[in-house]
Structure formats: structure tokens, C-alpha cells
Ligand binder design. Sequence first.
Ligand SMILES: [Zn+2]
Length: 100
Amino acid sequence: MTAIYDMKTTRNLQEAMRMIYFDKDKGRGIWATYLHLLEESIELGRAISSGSKSEIASEAADVAAWLASICNLLDIDLEDALRSKYGCGCPKCRSTPCRC
Ligand SMILES: [Zn+2]
């Protein structure tokens, strides 16, 4: 069955990754899942070097997806974490834009 996932919010993204991958993520475990995030981060760097915006977008999506998987495994609400840390601008100087 094909599902269309709404990715308008970080919470939507995390829930979609839970529905699609949670069982696989749980079987793989946190450290192997973390290694996938690192691998995708390296691929994002390669995509940036390539200069291809579509490749960069694809790899950025992979990084976000693996990060959401890690948060699902650790029962962390990524949207809450982002809001808590960056909801008032830069977490160090509390300014937007950052003045650090
Ligand atoms: Zn700052």
C-alpha cells in the first residue's frame, strides 16, 4: 500500500519515519542507526562538493530521516528539542540573527 506522508512539520517527519522504519530501526539498534547517520552526513558533504542541488537535497533528506530514526529509538521528540534549543534564536546569545 502506498502512503503519502505530510512532511510539513518536524513532528510529521518523525512520525513518518516511525511508521516506515521503526521496526527495522529497533532491530538494527541505536549504534548501527547512528552509523547510518554518519554515513549519510559524509554523503551530504560529497553532494555539497558536487554542487548538484538535487543531490544535496536528497542527501539532506537522508540525514534528516536518520536523525528522526535515532530520536524515535530514544523516545526523543525532535520538534520539542529543536523548539527548546533554538526557539528563541541562537541558544548562546538568544539573538536572531546570531551575534556571537
Ligand atoms: Zn549567537
